[in-house]
Design a protein around this ligand. Structure first.
Ligand code: DGL
Length: 265
C-alpha cells in the first residue's frame, strides 16, 4: 500500500480532516478531491447524489492512485459508504457524526447536532442517536448556511455575520433550556474550520466535538504504510477553484487541477 491517502468532500470541509491526518502522520502522502461543482451536497436528492459520489470518487482514486479513501463528508458517508465499498477495491473510511463521544462527554445530558439538512434527517443519524445517546436530549440543527460560510472563509472573502447568527440561533436557544445544552457535535466537516468563530459567538461554554481525530486513528489501523509519494499534495476539483488556491496551500495542497470525469457525470 504505497499510494497516497485520498481525502474526499463536496468542498473544503475535508481540510478539517486533512489537518488531523497531518498532525497524526506528518510524513504521509495526502491528496484531496472535492466535488465543488455539486456543492452543497446537503440539499441534494439522495438517489442522484449517491450515484454521483461513487463516480467522482472512482475518478479521483484513479487520478491519484490512492491506497485509502477517506470520505471526509458526513453527508456523503451517511448515504454512499456501502456503494463506495462495493465499487472500489481500496479501503474506504467514512465520517459520521460524533454522537457517541459527545454523549460520553455531556454532563447535562443535552447535546446538539449541527449538520447539513441531509445528515440531520438521515436514518443513519437517527440510528447513532438511538444507539449511543438514548438517554440524552438531542437538539438537531440543519445549518447548511455554514457550509457556504466555511467556503468563503477559506477563500478569504468576508463572512456574512447575520447569516451565521441566524443559523446558530436554535443552538444558542438550547443553552437556555433545562437541561441546558453543553456539548455540540460538528456533524459536517466544514464546521470545524469555523470553530474559533463559533467559540467566540457562543453565549455559554460548550464542548465542541468533531470526527477528525477518530478518522485519523482509523486510517492508522487500515493503512499498513503511511509514506510519501509522488502524488503528495495533489488537489482535484470538479469546478474551477482558483480562489481557493491560497487556502488549500495553507493545508499543504497544491493549486487545484480539474478532475476528469466520465461523460455520464
Ligand atoms: N462537508 C460535508 C459534510 O461533512 C457537507 C457539505 C455540503 O453540504 O456539501 O457533511
Amino acid at each position: 500500500m504505497s499510494g497516497p491517502i485520498l481525502i474526499f468532500d463536496s468542498g473544503v470541509g475535508g481540510l478539517s480532516v486533512a489537518r488531523a491526518l497531518r498532525q497524526h502522520y506528518p510524513s504521509a502522502a495526502l491528496c484531496y478531491a472535492c466535488d465543488n461543482a455539486w456543492l452543497p451536497y446537503g440539499l441534494r436528492d439522495d438517489a442522484t447524489l449517491a450515484k454521483r459520489i461513487v463516480m467522482v470518487c472512482q475518478a479521483a482514486v484513479q487520478a491519484c492512485q490512492a491506497s485509502v479513501l477517506v470520505v471526509a463528508c458526513n453527508t456523503a458517508s451517511t448515504l454512499a459508504l456501502e456503494g463506495l465499498r462495493q465499487t472500489l477495491s481500496i479501503p474506504v473510511i467514512g465520517t459520521v457524526p460524533a454522537i457517541k463521544p459527545a454523549a460520553l462527554m455531556s454532563t447535562s445530558r443535552h447535546i446538539g447536532l449541527l449538520a447539513t439538512t441531509a445528515t440531520v434527517n438521515r436514518p443513519y443519524t437517527q440510528g447513532l442517536i438511538d444507539s449511543f445517546a438514548s438517554d440524552c436530549v438531542v437538539t438537531k440543527i440543519a445549518a447548511d448556511a455554514l457550509v457556504t460560510e466555511a467556503e468563503a472563509w477559506l477563500a478569504g472573502t468576508p463572512l456574512n455575520a447575520p447569516r451565521i447568527q441566524q443559523a446558530l440561533a436554535p443552538l444558542w436557544q438550547a443553552t437556555l433550556e433545562s437541561p441546558a445544552l453543553d456539548t455540540v457535535v460538528l456533524g459536517c466537516t466544514h464546521f470545524p474550520l469555523l470553530q474559533p468563530l463559533l467559540v467566540t459567538l457562543a453565549p455559554a461554554p460548550i464542548t465542541w466535538v468533531d470526527s477528525g481525530d477518530a478518522i485519523a486513528r482509523r486510517v492508522g489501523q487500515v493503512a499498513t504504510t503511511l509514506v510519501s509519494s509522488a502524488h503528495d499534495g495533489r488537489c482535484f476539483t470538479t469546478a474551477p477553484a482558483q480562489a481557493l488556491t491560497d487556502g488549500f496551500a495553507r493545508y499543504g495542497f497544491h493549486a487545484p487541477q480539474p478532475l476528469a470525469l466520465p461523460d455520464a457525470c
